[in-house]
Design a protein around this ligand. Sequence first.
Ligand code: SAM
Ligand code: DTB
Ligand code: SF4
Length: 327
Amino acid sequence: MLENTVEFVRPAKAKPAAERWSIAQIVALFELPFSDLMFRAQTAHRANFNPNEVQVSTLLSIKTGGCSEDCGYCPQSARYHTGVENEDLMALDDVLAAAKAAKDSGAQRFCMGAAWRGPKQKDLEPVLKMIAEVKALGLETCATLGMLKQGQAEQLRDAGLDYYNHNLDTAPEYYGDVISTRTYQDRLDTLDRVRDAGMNVCCGGIVGMGESRAQRAGLIAQLANMETPPESVPVNLLTQVEGTPLHGADELDPFEFVRTIAVARITMPTSHVRLSAGRETMPESLQALCFLAGANSVFYGEKLLTTGNPDTEADRALFAKLGINQG
Ligand code: SAM
Ligand code: DTB
Ligand code: SF4
């Protein structure tokens, strides 16, 4: 059986064994008839959230490209020729101008991303200032800066960081096919540091990288079986970028993407599930199915980090058509 090749890797703080989702149970959700799966997801969604509200976060790449890591999906790795121009850490005023513009267009949270393996102390200090000032604008703050060392999560928390994004990306078994420069355990360690510092965790992954359904279930098991599952779960559809090793991967069937959202919703009923990368190429009808499957957060604004996202006008029009409020 394929499922038997996918195993849960116990993080430092996991749910007690009796409360964990097994991979087989999660695969069984994936295998439900589509309507039954959607009904289960809607039921879980409505028990925990206003189903017509979607949380919106705007991303900004504060340090772009030239990254030492070899993540096989990423246009910002220095190892791949993708046409992304390297840029140093942005100036504080430019970050604040982008944050104000995001707030004015309706964003609730502002997420600052840096193409680092992890921040050095000299990198972290200017970012702490950015966080404090973005927070002072009345926005929720999020950062994604790579792996954190002992003590760094506390500094981010003290600066006013509400969420730290660090993704597991895929199931433990598939991970080595995608990234070699950091381990799954490194990622779990950073997530523990964020949790121990008392910040909200934003953690999800990417689908459409050639993984199997059982491996998609394996990623979800890792997230759902955390002692406290992430408050925010980004489900990214691989944005294929020419020059990266994963360019040319087989496209994921759109219904499988919707199923992944639904399974995340059922297994993490109180988390915000974010319909993340990949929205630019999705028809509105597919996005609507994702909301129906329990997605209740999106990235909002013309750009993700280096790739495109629907423009805000199009998103406002879609929300209006579907009767969705920004909540
Ligand atoms: N360098 C930091 C790190 O890796 O933790 C932070 C930024 S990194 C770009 C944040 C996340 O973006 C990755 O973990 C990955 O899940 C997602 N990502 C990167 N490139 C992507 C792509 N081409 N398609 C979908 N998601 C992508
Ligand atoms: C996440 O899970 N997705 C966002 C955010 N967290 C940082 C990033 C998506 C990046 C897509 C590729 C790019 O724009 O470079
Ligand atoms: Fe670097 Fe992050 Fe891209 Fe990996 S995902 S290459 S760590 S920027």
